[in-house]
Design a protein. Structure first.
Length: 408
């Protein structure tokens, strides 16, 4: 761990601990949960498919301590807002009474109690360095930080995979976003220097070393904020409809994970029809993306193991092409930026990451040319507005941050 990072985390720890009410004689704990970039496997998680994310060195840092009773006070330092709620009144139907950010906190505590864990009152304060609304999983990091901290300050234990599922349930059932498991999984189970190859059906995973010769950059084009939400849920419905249609033809298909090239031909042959409230032509394109993206995930994992950087870059760029043409979650502005970045020195491949409709671009770069790439990319602009970018590296999943701690 570099000094820059430990001092960044240390600064955030001081800020969040400093925001808690003084003079209460209960121990304070602080945790950091990372955001993520997904190398490949976009919109495959909720189709029971494969993903390959890395947890990155951007965190939500949260401090907290017990309070008597069942009330929770939460401070969002960056917004200078505070929310107060009772653990006894956490029904999802009450979520809309809370500020947006507090729904993730309250939802996670609600979801934790559904595990049969009984929590007490708490005071919480958080800040963070994960850019918000940029497809880097700031919400999953907030959920995982909340869950992990609540467990720590109550002396409770839960396996990390379960913690990820607690966060996902909070987002699905409390916040109302029908996300898959990838983001919470990466934030909870990330590993330094490793990417996580996750089978979203069995939830089995492997840690794959990221080759030394590769560096990652996150790029934020001007006006890149993601407008996901309804578009995301609609894509999920389309995938589920495609799986239902195929299951009618070939029983045994539970999700698009099970579809084959022959199943795609069936969809293609019915392209002129409608199914439920969808055009089958659309369902064909969505299904084809998922089927091909799943094989790209496995191919990219192999390419990393073989240090085949050219293949890594090619697969990353193909993933973008498919998100653009088949899954249709990119934007023309993003497509232009992906192309510009891909043409820069050292760039092996680039693509949009996360739910889509904006957000961030991941550029995979040869490490020896990373500085050349950074300078070239930083000089790009659009209408006078500069692109923003930062290098990122794979880090461990959620953990405690102690005074002078070196554990991240
Ligand atoms: C969002 C969701 C994830 C995943 C991606 C798309 O980040 O939270 O579960 O579906 O979009 O791959």
């Amino acid at each position: 761990m570099t000094n820059r990072l430990s001092s960044e985390l240390e600064q955030m720890r001081r800020a969040t601990e400093g925001a808690l009410e003084a003079a209460v004689d209960t121990p304070v704990k602080t945790v950091a949960a990372p955001g993520r970039v997904n190398l490949i496997g976009e919109h495959t998680d909720y189709n029971d498919g494969f993903v390959l994310p890395v947890a990155i060195d951007r965190w939500v840092v949260m401090s907290g301590r017990r309070r008597p009773g069942r009330e929770v006070v939460a401070h969002a330092l960056d917004r200078q807002e505070r929310a107060l709620f009772s653990l006894d009144e956490l029904d999802p139907s009450l979520a809309r009474n809370l500020p947006d950010w507090a729904r993730y906190v309250a939802g996670t505590l609600w979801s934790l109690e559904l595990e049969g864990l009984r929590l007490g009152g708490m005071e919480l304060a958080f800040t963070g360095s994960v850019p918000q609304g940029m497809g880097l999983s700031s919400s999953a990091a907030l959920e995982v930080a909340t869950g992990f901290l609540a467990l720590r300050i109550h002396g409770l234990e839960l396996p990390r995979l379960r913690l990820a599922q607690v966060g996902q349930r909070a987002e699905n059932q409390y916040v109302g976003v029908n996300c898959g498991i990838m983001d919470q999984f990466a934030s909870a189970l990330g590993a330094a220097g490793r990417a996580l190859l996750l089978d979203c059906r069995s939830l089995e995973y492997r840690l794959l070393p990221v080759p030394q010769g590769i560096a990652f950059f996150v790029v934020h084009p001007p006006q890149g904020r993601t407008l996901a939400g309804s578009g995301y849920n609609r894509r999920r419905q389309e995938c589920e409809a495609a799986a239902r249609l195929l299951a009618g033809e070939r029983p045994g298909i539970r999700a698009l994970r099970d579809a084959t090239a022959d199943d795609l031909k069936v969809l293609a042959s019915r392209a002129g029809e409608r199914y439920e409230d969808h055009e089958v032509a659309n369902l064909y394109r969505r299904a084809r993306h998922v089927v091909e993206e799943n094989s790209r995930v496995l191919a990219l994992a192999r390419a990393m193991e073989e240090d085949d950087f050219a293949a890594v870059g090619r697969l990353v760029s193909q993933s973008h092409g498919s998100l653009r043409d088949l899954f249709e979650v990119s934007t023309p502005a993003f497509d232009r930026w992906v192309e510009r970045l891909a043409g820069l020195p050292g760039c092996l491949g680039a693509r949009m990451v996360g739910g889509g409709f904006g957000g961030s671009i991941l550029a995979v770069v040869r490490r020896e040319e990373a500085e050349l790439f950074r300078r070239a990319a930083a000089s790009l602009d659009e209408g006078g507005e500069a692109v923003r970018l930062f290098p990122c590296r794979p880090v461990d999943g959620v953990g405690e941050v102690g005074r002078g701690s070196e554990n991240r």
